[in-house]
Design a protein around this ligand. Structure first.
Ligand code: 5AD
Ligand code: SF4
Length: 439
């Protein structure tokens, strides 16, 4: 029996796509190898969001080349956003690659593997949702659900619209049915995935649908106890979606709302289609309807032309909002994006890193302060497994998406009540409340 090994880089959509790749390969009779060295088929699901992502991946690719030199029968496949962004060039620069495919072309991998063709092939036109392929879930009680592919926004820094193409939503009924089947298989938490989830459905025919409708329909499915989604766009964050967090029991008390920058002028040059006021207004609406909601974000520092005063506005927003967490990035120019052409205005690297340090300090301090509200409370935790730091303890997540390391006896996939003792910017600690086991 042939064996495959997949290495995944990048976002949750890629994690989802990799699960589908694995499911598809198993249906072709392959089995998963525990390590790359033992695989006949070495696959990479790549990301290209920042330059660092490219560099990291390429060193893995050379590792695969070394393995192929030892055993030339090995097949090397490269899928995902990096593959898409370098297209056929990949075969010129990395001639040991046998097959390359974009994010909308995972099924072509099967075609390649089952054909007798020995020549290298690339597949890059969007043809179908990876969500249609059989899946192989990494965790029994959690599933990714791809609700749309692609992105119609034009954020000037972002490579995704060019790697994942125009936005297409999956049919509403198909998604509801998919989640019903998942629930019957024991799934209790779903994460709805899209590049811009809250624009879901507006172009569906014959009947346009709203993202909030989808939240209602998924909430109504028996067995689904937690619904998460990522990522929404602040410009499309309508009141009905925010209300769903308050009204629907299974919709988690966490919203990841990517800010990117605090200055309206920078946001305009990023083509984010909202300004500082609109973002703050969305935060106020979330806090009004769902006071305990965790809000996390993404922030880019050192975007071309960002002045010290504009960066200070980002710090102001961080102070004002008090995010529960943030992913912070130094701007990195990406091929074929508008901002990559603002060369004359590139912010020097020393300035970028210095701003980054100040940003991280503010983000972490505010997140730590915010997290103190959990101390002394008893929270429902969905258990993932053993704690990463101390295998004698357990690790799980609250509805706020906070990681909790705790003492207890629960099994992975169980919901338990945990009394929270301490809180840092990153995680909580506590112990299982033995009096009140949840469900
Ligand atoms: N440089 C730096 N960060 C970027 N992101 C996207 N493109 C870039 C880029 N060119 C960040 C954004 C996005 C997150 C996934 O990655 O903050 O929300
Ligand atoms: Fe990376 Fe973006 Fe592609 Fe996800 S969609 S894999 S983050 S480039």
């Amino acid at each position: 029996m042939k064996r495959f090994h997949v290495t995944t880089f990048g976002c949750q959509m890629n994690e989802h796509d990799s699960e589908r790749m694995k499911g598809m390969l198993e249906s072709l009779g392959y089995s998963e190898a525990p390590a790359r060295e033992e695989a006949d088929l070495i696959l990479f699901n790549t990301c290209s969001i920042r330059e660092k992502a490219d560099e990291r991946f390429v060193s893995h690719l050379y590792d695969a080349r070394a393995l192929k030199r030892k055993d030339p029968e090995r097949v090397i496949g490269v899928g995902g956003c990096w593959a898409q962004s370098v297209k056929d060039q990949v075969f010129r620069d990395y001639p040991f690659v046998d097959v390359a495919f974009g994010p909308g072309q995972v099924h072509k991998l099967a075609e390649f593997l089952t054909s007798d063709s020995l020549t290298a092939q690339g597949f890059f036109e969007f043809e179908g949702f990876t969500g249609h392929l059989p899946g192989k879930r990494a965790r029994d009680v959690h599933a990714w659900v791809q609700i749309s592919a692609g992105c119609n926004m034009k954020c000037s820094y972002c490579i995704v619209p060019s790697t994942r193409g125009r936005e297409v939503s999956r049919p509403f009924e198909e998604l509801v049915e998919e989640v019903r089947v998942l629930a019957s298989e024991g799934v209790r938490e779903v994460t709805l995935l899209g590049q811009n989830v809250n624009s879901y459905g507006t172009r569906l025919r014959p009947e346009p649908r709203k993202f909030s409708e989808l939240l209602h329909a998924v909430d109504a499915i028996d067995g689904i106890e937690r619904i998460r989604y990522t990522s929404p766009h602040p410009a499309h964050m309508t009141e009905d979606v925010i209300r769903a967090h308050a009204e629907l029991e299974s919709v988690c008390q966490h919203i990841h709302l990517p800010l990117q920058a605090g200055s309206s002028r920078v946001l305009k040059r990023m083509r984010r289609t909202y300004g500082r006021e609109r973002f703050m207004d969305r935060v106020a609406l979330i806090r009004e309807h769902v006071p305990d909601c965790a809000i996390t974000t993404d922030i880019i520092v050192g975007f071309p032309g960002e002045t010290e005063a504009e960066f200070a506005e980002t710090l102001e927003v961080v102070e004002e909002v008090g995010f529960d967490g943030a992913f912070t990035f130094i701007y990195s120019p990406r091929r074929d994006t508008e901002a990559a052409e603002f060369v004359d205005e590139f912010v020097p690297h020393e300035v970028q890193t210095e701003r980054m340090e100040r940003l991280v300090e503010a983000v972490q301090r505010r997140a730590r302060e915010r997290a103190q509200r959990f101390v002394g409370r008893t929270l429902d935790v969905l258990v993932d497994g053993p704690s990463r730091y101390d295998p004698a303890r357990l690790r799980g997540r609250t509805t706020h998406n906070k990681v909790v390391n705790f003492d207890g006896l629960a099994a992975p996939g169980e919901f338990v009540s945990v009394e929270i003792a301490t809180a840092t910017s990153q995680s909580l600690t506590g112990s299982e409340s033995l009096l009140s086991r949840v469900a």
